[in-house]
Design a protein around this ligand. Sequence first.
Ligand SMILES: NC(=O)c1ccc[n+]([C@@H]2O[C@H](COP(=O)([O-])OP(=O)(O)OC[C@H]3O[C@@H](n4cnc5c(N)ncnc54)[C@H](OP(=O)(O)O)[C@@H]3O)[C@@H](O)[C@H]2O)c1
Length: 271
Amino acid sequence: MFVVTGATGNVGRELVRVLADAGERVTAVSRQPAPVPPGVRHSQADLADPAGLRTAMEGADALFLLVAGEDPEAILDQVKSAGVRRVVLLSSQGAGTRPHIYRHPVAFEEAVRESGLEWTILRPCGFDSNAYAWAESIRTHRTAAAPFAEVGLPTIDPADIAEVAAVVLRQAGHAGRTYELTGPTPITPRERAEAIGGALGAPVRFDEQTREEARAQMLAFMPEPVVDGTLAILGEPTPEEQKVSPDVELLLGRAPRAFADWAARNVAAFR
Ligand SMILES: NC(=O)c1ccc[n+]([C@@H]2O[C@H](COP(=O)([O-])OP(=O)(O)OC[C@H]3O[C@@H](n4cnc5c(N)ncnc54)[C@H](OP(=O)(O)O)[C@@H]3O)[C@@H](O)[C@H]2O)c1
């Protein structure tokens, strides 16, 4: 049985579906009650309260773990005491490229590596689904605003991350591996807005924000060091952050999906 934390999120929701479709037994964890596919068990728990994870972990073989809560060691102690043997961590590319800023995923990676469990770490770059931030302005004004209009990054479809996670959870041979996950090609914010326009069949205007405008907006929902780290990746990516990784294709046997594919599947959010 697999336990999926973040089961209401962009990756977790899809991972629960993929595992359930494959006939696996799944427990979906979220902090609030949430709908789950038929046959899937739901467990309410908060990673910020590791003791509360015990019920969710009962009978599990492996855990898909999100970076949330402040005490990864306590989370992993609960996991081990429930008899779980494997953990797949959804970390972040920044843990590798900017570890001094991405301290939260770095702390989770270190705890996972030292846990004594079989572990696999997934390090995705920015998600295609971050474009949901444009949903309201595209719905109401057919406009998308972002900084660094011409800087391309190989953003990834969260559905590809979920498929990779399902492979790593279900197959042997991934213990002790860290996978870098990217999309198929760098794409700029302006091109992402155009792709959403293509999916809508109506042009989307692009307004380039200054760094300060973007920073003020992001501070409303992200801690300051993460905002500055994210702006650094978006504005001045390192060659490593712009590089397309082969790992999704190696694990799935097909190329990662293009942003236009994500936009077409999620166009309803922008109508
Ligand atoms: N977005 C990106 O570009 C990006 C890039 C690299 C890595 N990541 C990582 O990927 C993960 C998902 O990111 P996302 O942007 O796609 O977010 P998201 O879909 O909004 O997912 C966030 C999920 O986290 C769960 N969650 C948050 N705090 C929790 C807690 N204390 N205990 C249990 N569950 C908790 C939420 O569940 P409930 O609220 O239902 O409990 C929700 O399902 C994040 O951990 C992030 O670090 C994201």
